[in-house]
Design a binder for this molecule. Structure first.
Ligand SMILES: Cc1cc2nc3c(=O)[nH]c(=O)nc-3n(C[C@H](O)[C@H](O)[C@H](O)COP(=O)(O)OP(=O)(O)OC[C@H]3O[C@@H](n4cnc5c(N)ncnc54)[C@H](O)[C@@H]3O)c2cc1C
Length: 335
């Protein structure tokens, strides 16, 4: 089996975050000799955190410049670590930092890179990488002769490594001087309670266009729909998905469901999220939508129409009911 370099950038406190620990699990499972390569302002806490992982060496590029998520310095650090380890296979978490920097590093090293790996295995004593293509419709297993071969593993696909900590002997590596015109000033993101896409949530809650349609009383109830959905998301911390019809309506600036964007769209031309459970509401369950549910293990739907798509074998349980009523009751139960 090839020698392996596990690349990881440290967090501001010098430790490793979950995606890095997951990529460590992925690297160790291959059974080759693993060298750990760390980059960051402080690296010793990270090396100590995984001291018991069985790595043969701990290499690090350390310094204030490497704290910043910036292409030039991240690429310089990764290149130096790859050259120092001389590993044939380089594994790193598919974080935004590595996804940005490592393709350039692969080019500098005359290597190759593959991204979004969801599985790693050994075939004929060489690594084989599994990834999906064409919006997760086709799964492929790739092997390559070219080395170094860099592989970015998708977060969430492996269990985070959680072995013994200790004191690791870190060998510092000099990275070449990199031109640094860019400085990182901070992350601007919505508050977590405004963030409706939560990949780690146990439940995917999908809202369909029915929420904005005229109801039994002949009127539509957009404001109540918004309050019911946001109330449920706040209490359950579910992730929010939407049907194409609904997200397009919001895109047109309609007053209803203002928190719904194209990023929420699930389906053939949307996303294919992975959650243990899914609850579809006011959504018809047409095939182009339901294909986005292929990784949702348990599916339930609430629809007024007993003949909706979900009822035709696409859901495990269909509640033929008014979603307004059900969600009102559910929110009351959740307090
Ligand atoms: C090439 C192509 C790609 C596509 N890609 C996607 C995609 O990626 N994702 C996607 O979602 N769609 C996609 N579509 C569109 C898809 O075919 C459907 O048109 C869309 O999913 C319908 O959205 P909907 O079910 O929310 O709306 P509708 O079809 O309007 O259904 C609304 C449902 O709400 C129910 N309802 C209304 N009021 C209530 C109530 N009070 N309680 C309970 N139920 C209620 C109704 O019974 C109805 O079933 C694609 C289509 C094409 C042609």
């Amino acid at each position: 089996m090839d020698s392996i370099l596990l690349l990881a950038h440290t967090e501001p406190d010098g430790t490793l975050a979950k995606p890095a620990l997951e990529s460590l699990t992925a690297a160790l499972a291959l059974g080759g000799q693993v060298t750990v390569g760390l980059a960051g302002s402080v690296v010793q806490p990270a090396a100590d955190q995984i001291a018991g992982c069985g790595a043969v060496r701990f290499l690090a590029v350390a310094g204030e410049a490497f704290a910043q998520p910036r292409y030039a310095t991240d690429a310089a650090a990764a290149e130096a670590l790859c050259r120092a380890s001389d590993a044939a296979l380089v594994i790193a978490a598919g974080t935004s930092r590595w996804a940005r920097a490592l393709p350039g590093v692969a080019f500098r090293l005359n290597g190759r890179i593959d991204t979004h790996a969801t599985g790693l295995a050994v075939q004929n004593n060489a690594p084989a990488v599994t990834r999906w293509f064409y919006r997760q419709r086709m799964e492929a297993v790739l092997t390559r002769a070219q080395r170094p071969w860099m592989v970015l593993v998708d977060p969430g696909g492996w269990t985070a490594w959680s072995g013994a900590s200790g004191t690791a002997a870190v060998e510092l590596v000099e990275a070449p001087e990199a031109a640094t015109r860019t400085s990182f000033t901070g992350i601007r993101a919505p508050k977590t309670d405004e963030q409706t896409i939560r990949p780690d949530a146990k439940l995917l809650f999908v809202a369909g266009a029915g929420w904005t349609k005229k109801q039994a009383d002949g009127a539509s109830h957009g404001a109540e729909a918004e309050a019911l959905i946001l109330g449920f998301l706040g209490k359950s911390q579910a992730s929010l998905g939407g049907s194409k019809s609904l997200v397009e309506q919001s895109g047109e600036g309609e007053a209803v469901l203002r928190f719904m964007t194209h990023l929420n769209q699930v389906g053939q031309t949307g996303s294919t999220p992975r959650h243990p459970k899914g609850l579809s509401t006011c959504c018809h369950g047409e095939e182009p939508h339901v294909v986005g549910w292929r990784f949702v293990n348990q599916r339930r739907a609430i629809n007024l129409d007993p003949n909706c798509g979900w009822a035709r074998g696409k859901a495990d349980v269909v509640y033929v009911a008014d979603a307004f009523e059900v969600m009102r009751h559910l929110n009351r139960l959740l307090g």
